[in-house]
Design a protein around this ligand. Sequence first.
Ligand code: ZN
Length: 160
Amino acid sequence: MADAAALDALYQEVILDHNRRPRNFHPMAEPSCSADGKNPNCGDQLTIWVLVENDQVADVSFQGVGCAISKASASLMTEAVKGKSRAEAVALFETMHRVLTGVETDPAVIKGLGPLRALSGVGKFPMRVKCASLAWHAFRSALDGAGTVSTETGAGPHST
Ligand code: ZN
């Protein structure tokens, strides 16, 4: 199982790197939409700003405080959805939701996620699932014009 351990270490490194140097970590002056996300269980709080142009996610940024997983997930998310069409971004949200909650375990699907694979291990840690999915729910909420999302309301991650 040396390979699995090496892979875990690599994922760990991606998460630490994005936590230390979060990408797209700034407010946006004139977003199309935004949403706040809260995970009271861990104390994670973030705001996501999205600029939609021609039905495409032209820009996305975030700011907030929280644990390494929540911050790294938000950072990875901004890089992953930028440039995608709205439909592609929503489809990616759906896939990530299944991966983060451990429902989707198909290695081919997980491999196709690229850098987001670093988050695929959190399904094994129930306390961390909400941390990792917070930014994704906030992003989805922003696109839907729904505003604030909390992991502790009906709008939060669905249990499986
Ligand atoms: Zn957290």
